[in-house]
Design a protein around this ligand. Structure first.
Ligand code: FMN
Length: 161
């Protein structure tokens, strides 16, 4: 028997995660990006990560074309950035109000992100409504700070005990 959709969503709400903005940019073209929590490490050797992207998202289309993307791990003060990249505003508006620069293969690097993982698309697997995008990690940048967290449909922050 198929699982009830609401039950499935309720279960997923119990998964706590960090928050990322996945970005991509073709040479000489406008940048694209979207908020994603479906990020995971995959392999240490070679270093690989994955992110699951809805097939309707224009950022996913761009990644397919230019074969590079960056995963920007947001810091605890970047709730507004997460909302901005989660729909509702145009791609132009998303990038207009934040500091970013192009990484080694054009993918936008958000300057305040806690960590940035620049990748070359290694494999793209269709899984239902989404693409599983597996990336070979080409460069990482890290800063000090706390991550933005997401749990039960709301942003959370770390409590240091
Ligand atoms: C906290 C949060 C996490 C999200 N995670 C994902 C995700 O992992 N994959 C995905 O495809 N969409 C995810 N979304 C939805 C996308 O961010 C949203 O559909 C996308 O920005 C729309 O972009 P578009 O207007 O370019 O299609 C998430 C949204 C929020 C608020």
């Amino acid at each position: 028997m198929a699982v009830n959709e609401q039950d499935f969503k309720n279960a997923l709400r119990m998964w706590a995660s960090g928050v990322t903005v996945v970005t991509s940019k073709a040479d000489g073209q406008a940048p694209k990006g979207m908020t994603a929590t479906s990020f995971s490490s995959v392999s240490m050797d070679p270093p690989q990560i994955l992110v699951c992207i809805n097939q309707k998202a224009d950022t996913g289309e761009l990644i397919q074309d230019c074969k590079h993307f960056a995963v920007n791990i947001l810091n605890t003060d970047q709730q507004a950035v997460s909302n901005q990249f989660a729909g509702g505003s145009s791609q132009e508006e998303r990038f207009a109000s934040i500091a970013w620069h192009e990484g080694d293969h054009n993918s936008p690097v958000l300057e305040d992100a806690l960590a940035v993982i620049e990748c070359k698309l290694e494999q793209q697997v269709q899984a239902g409504s989404h693409w599983i995008m597996v990336g070979n990690v080409e460069k990482v940048t890290c800063k000090e700070g706390d991550p933005l967290l997401y749990f039960d449909g709301a942003y959370r922050e770390l409590i240091h005990s």
